[in-house]
Design a protein around this ligand. Structure first.
Ligand SMILES: [Zn+2]
Length: 343
């Protein structure tokens, strides 16, 4: 892999530049077969058996997708992403779809990367974790009379704080509204192409969008989390059952109540892998009951949580990718490359 990457880098850089990865010089474009010979050719049907209609259809479809991908692929492209793309049952036809699919597939890696990028940005001066007063179900204020200080504020402590989505701290296009770092081609987080400046049409990293979806709906990724735990319950050590559930080790209401003053990048850990576990349902039910009792006694003693949304309103309908995905992460469209809008 490293050898191939080095080969790609050398070929791409030409002979004049000492730094192949950041060379802006004219680059030599390689075919998919030259980049990854083992993966670039179509698969073959098992010997002695005629290919089924479905596999014939897939071959035709993938051949077209590979041709399209090859055409729009720049000379420099992350080898790991290309390897992922070419090994899919359905090859993504554009570089951007390949990048997005790569991060969706490596969700725990996306989570780690997004949090690391946030650490690089640090907490913006004067920022504090606040919740908006607008809640779903009430009418949004008239845009003309909108309170800008409220813009971008999360409406519940279940949504991770994102200072760069808030109007007073927004960095504008070219920077990721989730982590605050510069965004490059295809929503990549590093300037592989030596552009020297972020992509002004982009407002988020592909990795950070995947991480955001993971943070707000970790149950959608129960498979990856189970695999990571070796299919053992994080509490009892017993085998995880089919009905096992994803749980925040430290519940989010306690983060809001007790850990709110922590620096922002540290807070994100509570939505990410370090605070997530898969447990069998009975154990989860006991833990939830204990937490509910604890919250009730806290309320009786006068310590109140902010108005929150019960689990019923926090299902996929309100927190799913459809409402908190790229479409609502910022204004405008995510199409920052010629190849993006098409598929
Ligand atoms: Zn980011």
């Amino acid at each position: 892999m490293a050898k191939r990457a080095a080969k790609a880098g050398t070929a791409a850089a030409g002979t004049t530049s000492p730094k192949p990865k950041t060379a802006k010089a004219k680059t030599v474009k390689m075919t998919l077969a030259e980049r990854l010979p083992a993966l670039a050719s179509p698969g073959t049907a098992p010997a002695g058996r005629p290919p089924s209609a479905a596999s014939q259809w897939r071959e035709t479809r993938n051949a077209a997708a590979r041709a399209r991908l090859e055409k729009s692929l720049p000379a420099l492209f992350p080898t790991s992403v290309l390897r992922y793309a070419l090994s899919r049952p359905l090859v993504p036809p554009t570089p951007r779809l390949a990048v997005e699919g790569y991060w969706r597939h490596h969700i725990l890696r996306a989570d780690r990367l997004a949090r690391a990028l946030a650490v690089k940005s640090g907490q913006p001066e004067g920022w504090a974790w606040r919740l908006g007063t607008w809640t779903p179900g009430t009418r949004r204020p008239d845009p003309a009379g909108e309170d800008l200080s409220e813009k971008g504020l999360p409406f519940s402590f279940r949504v991770p704080p994102a200072p760069f989505r808030e109007a007073p701290h927004a960095l504008g296009k070219g920077h990721c509204c989730i982590c605050g770092q510069p965004v490059y081609r295809f929503g990549w987080h590093r300037d592989l192409w030596g552009a020297g400046a972020p992509n002004r049409n982009a407002a988020w990293h592909a990795a950070c969008v995947a991480a955001w979806k993971f943070w707000i709906a970790p149950a959608d990724h129960v498979k990856a989390l189970k695999r990571r735990q070796g299919h053992r319950c994080a509490q009892s050590g017993k085998r995880l059952l089919k009905t096992a559930e994803v749980d925040h080790r430290v519940p989010l209401y306690r983060i809001w109540r007790e850990e709110r003053a922590r620096p922002w990048p540290e807070l994100l850990r509570y939505w990410g892998l370090p605070n997530l576990q898969v447990v069998n349902r009975a154990i989860h039910a006991d833990k939830c009951a204990a937490e509910a009792g604890e919250r009730a006694s806290a309320r009786r003693s006068g310590r109140t949580d902010p108005p929150t949304l019960g689990p019923a309103t926090l299902g996929p309908a309100t927190l799913g990718p459809a409402t908190l995905g790229p479409a609502t992460l910022g204004p405008g469209s995510s199409s920052d490359e010629a190849d993006t809008g098409s598929a």
